[in-house]
Design a protein around this ligand. Structure first.
Ligand code: AMP
Length: 396
């Protein structure tokens, strides 16, 4: 059975078509610069990749092209072969603890949550509507980044110490993000090491352009670093992570700005980019460090310290850690970042083998046999979780 996994951004649409339940990827790709003067799409199939430039006025056009290309490229013979479409959704708020069928009711909830993830949730709904138009008889599924956290976290982890009615009136609490990725990483670690995830204490470090840490205890999220929005937690490509909220009103006064503008700067002009004044891209910072740039080094040191702080606090929270797993663009690909984090964890008995900490893109262990915590690199795969949930819910 063919299942499509979709991740719609405000100007992009990523897709992966699976043969399920085999989990075989038939094709994948990306439509970019939707809504701009000129866009393009990338198709990957059988180890080849091609790029086509074309105007993509909106997401519906991208979906139409995608479906036509699947047939033209002989990936499917008829659209009837697609039995389900799963959509990644960043914010499911308090409503969803599991993936859900797309219905008028679930769409209304996703719409209601647009304020908490303005760019993302709006784009997801546009994507859903484009597929509803193109494949009206095919079941569609929402797969929420927040569901894993919402299912596992206790109030002591998700409540902020603010006036209580902010929670009851406005839903102010921690929702977290990257839940699909954290759940996948924890399960994958258990599978690779032949252990039962419900008996393990695992810290997953999803370190990409967006980055979050999760305490996965006995198969559930015990706590995670992102908050009401993906701005909380550790520093990221352009996001600040935790700061004293007073900074916002202070900068508003000093620079005669409004809070929205300053929060936008915390989201888009901070993190790696803000501190280094070089780039939001980790590769550029590593290149600069190799040339002796101190600010680039400071940027990654700040992030390593904050990540180690989280891991230390999760060690206390879970009363121990069995494994720490690195994932996402930086976690999977940067031996340098993995090392500067692990070097700060010696007090927990973490020992890594620099000769093993060299790989990328595949799962591997790089702790020494006498390390008290098992340290792994585990490439994440959010799309396969979307495909699995979509298969499960379309068969219900
Ligand atoms: P993601 O958001 O998961 O796609 O991750 C994007 C981040 O991964 C960017 O900061 C990239 O610089 C980083 N990245 C990708 N490849 C490498 C690499 N080989 N070394 C260091 N960072 C990398």
């Amino acid at each position: 059975m063919k299942i499509m996994a979709i991740n719609c951004g405000s100007s992009s649409l990523k897709f992966k078509l699976y043969e399920m339940p085999e989990e075989k990827v038939l094709t994948s790709g990306l439509f970019e610069r939707i809504g701009m003067k000129m866009g393009d799409y990338v198709f990957k199939q059988d180890g080849t990749k091609d790029v086509t430039e074309i105007a993509l006025p909106d997401h519906s056009v991208a979906v139409e092209i995608l479906l036509k290309e699947l047939i033209r490229r002989n990936i499917i013979k008829s659209l009837d072969e697609i039995k389900g479409v799963g959509h990644r959704v960043v914010q499911g708020g308090k409503y969803f603890t599991e993936s859900a069928l797309v219905t008028e009711e679930s769409k209304a909830h996703v719409k209601e949550l647009i304020d908490l993830a303005p760019l993302h949730n709006k784009a997801h709904l546009i994507g859903v509507e484009a597929f509803e138009k193109a494949l009206p008889n095919v079941k569609q599924i929402f797969v929420f980044d927040t569901a894993y956290h919402n299912r596992g976290m206790e109030p002591e982890a998700y409540m902020y110490a603010v006036p209580y009615y902010w929670y009851t009136e406005y839903g102010i609490r921690k929702y977290g993000a990257h839940g699909t990725s954290h759940e996948y990483i924890a399960n994958e670690y258990a599978r690779l090491t032949n252990q039962d995830v419900t008996k393990l204490k695992i810290v997953s470090c999803h370190i990409g352009n967006g980055a979050s840490i999760c305490a996965n205890m006995y198969g559930k999220c015990k706590d995670t670093s992102m908050g009401l929005t993906p701005l909380e937690g550790i520093p990221m490509g352009t996001r600040t992570g935790n700061i004293d909220p007073t900074v916002v009103s202070y900068i508003c006064e000093k620079e005669n700005k409004d809070p929205k503008t300053v929060v936008n700067e915390l989201n888009k002009k901070s993190g790696y980019l803000g501190v280094s004044e070089i780039s939001s891209d980790c590769r550029d910072l590593e290149d600069a460090i190799a040339l002796g740039n101190e600010r680039a080094k400071l940027t990654l040191d700040i992030q390593a310290k904050r990540i180690a702080d989280y891991i230390g606090s999760y060690y206390v929270l879970m009363e121990g850690i069995d494994a720490i797993c690195f994932s996402a663009g930086i976690g999977e690909n940067s031996p340098y970042v993995r090392k500067i984090i692990c070097d700060r964890l010696k007090v927990l008995g973490v020992k890594i083998d620099d000769n093993l900490n060299t790989g990328r893109g595949i799962p591997f262990r790089f702790s020494t046999p006498d390390s008290k915590i098992d340290i792994w690199n585990i490439p994440t795969d959010e799309e396969v979780v979307i495909a699995r949930d979509t298969l499960r819910l379309t068969q219900k």
